[in-house]
Design a protein around this ligand. Structure first.
Ligand SMILES: C[S@@+](CC[C@H](N)C(=O)[O-])C[C@H]1O[C@@H](n2cnc3c(N)ncnc32)[C@H](O)[C@@H]1O
Length: 199
């Protein structure tokens, strides 16, 4: 198994306080989007420290936040207590989720989890997210980094719109696709919002 596929790799980055991807707050694109989504069950894969998990919970969504790094999950738990909201936290490898998650979620939130997955496992990721979404459920992804070539290595491994669309090419329809105007400045033009519906 690749080192990056193991929780220790990520946990060490959190412990060294070197999580360069961490926005230290809510993702503006998701916050704006959340206002127009019917309430439902949200699952955040590779949730990190959990700012978006708290934001969705505060807005009345039922939230499950999954990450295999203990520090990330502990952070989500502390933020939930501090914010007085309920978030279901799961410390697990997304590829080993139990059957209780199958056909469960109305929405999956993807932000820099896909790019943490080795390119050779990305089809497995597609199967996983499809299996835990309800029929008609939506995979809401900020696909990033679009300006990094695969052979530059990772993580984060780069991706392209062609790759994303070729992986989510069967059993999905695209509901929305745009370069969001509310992307944070350093990611403008380097991430694209694509919402896939499981059909
Ligand atoms: C680049 S970070 C992004 C964190 C968060 N999404 C954010 O934007 O702040 C990738 C996260 O995915 C988690 N992760 C990577 N592979 C995972 C796996 N197979 N199962 C569960 N979590 C995973 C890591 O622990 C890390 O917290």
């Amino acid at each position: 198994m690749n080192e990056v596929d193991q929780s220790k790799f990520w946990e060490d980055i959190y412990l060294e306080n070197d999580a360069g991807w961490d926005l230290e707050g809510v993702t503006p694109v998701f916050e704006i989007l959340s206002k127009s989504l019917p309430k439902g069950k949200v699952c955040i894969v590779g949730c990190g420290r959990g700012y978006d998990a708290i934001m969705f919970a505060q807005k009345g969504f039922e939230v499950t936040a999954i990450d295999f790094a203990p520090t990330a999950i502990n952070s989500v738990k502390s933020l939930a207590i501090k914010s007085k909201v309920k978030v279901n936290t799961v410390k697990a490898d997304i590829f080993s989720l139990k059957a209780e998650h199958l056909n469960t979620y109305d929405y999956i939130i993807e932000q820099t989890c896909f790019c943490a997955i080795h390119p050779s496992r990305r089809k497995e990721y597609e199967k996983l997210v499809k299996s835990i979404l309800k029929p008609d459920g939506q995979l809401i992804g900020l696909w990033f980094p679009l300006d990094k070539k695969l052979d530059e290595g990772g993580p984060a491994w780069g991706t392209t719109l062609e790759e994303v669309k070729s992986i989510f090419n069967s059993g999905w329809s695209i509901v929305k696709e745009e370069f969001p105007k509310h992307s944070i400045e350093p990611r403008k033009g380097r991430e694209k919002l694509i919402i896939f519906r499981k059909c």
